[in-house]
Ligand binder design. Structure first.
Ligand code: M6P
Ligand code: ZN
Length: 185
């Protein structure tokens, strides 16, 4: 960066799009979420390469840098496995006390939260919804609508992802379509 120079920003965040040379993209398919959904029979009827969600991330510092912040936009496609909505893997943070913000950009969904006592609850997500996720609270997002659900996230670069606990024990409730509406059961 040159002193006194005024330059273009390295990133653009326009509606649901995060654009920049250093933005990294990752995809999650149904195969990546094997064992996460309850209905194994329905799971078998859907192609394993089906795209469930995409994450666009800007990680300005090396993962693990204390004091730095990561930024991401996630797009979850609409769909269900049995009565359970397409959703993210969900995680605690590896540094358990690290917090995170999520916010809704488009579509409809539910942010599923679970604390260390395994109490699970949800917050509705929609354009303009803002969600503070305290440390020690696992978080997962489900798309409950018929269109793409996009949400933003900002989290400390030293938070890390602890997927193992969720892979082993899951959340204590699942977001299912019951009598036509999303409910935690
Ligand atoms: C948000 C952030 C990311 C996370 C992504 C997908 O963008 O929380 O850290 O990776 O959602 O969620 P998950 O990693 O649980 O699949
Ligand atoms: Zn997180």
């Amino acid at each position: 960066m040159k002193t006194l120079e005024i330059v273009n920003p390295p990133l653009l965040f326009v509606r649901e799009l995060l654009i920049g040379d250093e933005v990294e993209k990752s995809n999650r398919t149904l195969a990546d979420l094997k064992d996460i959904f309850q209905d194994k029979q329905s799971y078998e009827t859907i192609a394993p390469e089906t795209l469930l969600y995409e994450v666009y991330c800007y990680l300005p510092e090396k993962e693990g840098t204390m004091g730095a912040l990561n930024f991401g936009i996630t797009h979850i496609y609409p769909g269900k496995i049995g009565l359970e909505y397409f959703m993210t893997k969900g995680h605690f943070h590896a540094q358990d006390d690290r917090a995170e913000y999520y916010w809704g950009i488009e579509g409809e969904g539910v942010l599923i939260l679970m604390d260390r006592q395994r109490n699970t609850w949800g917050e509705k997500m929609f354009l303009g919804s803002l969600h503070y996720i305290p440390g020690g609270v696992a978080h997962r997002v489900a798309n409950t609508g018929n269109t793409v659900l996009s949400f933003g996230a900002c989290w400390p670069s030293d938070a890390g992802h602890n997927y193992e606990e969720i892979a082993q024990n899951g959340f204590s409730a699942r977001l299912m379509e019951v009598e036509g509406i999303p409910q935690l059961v």
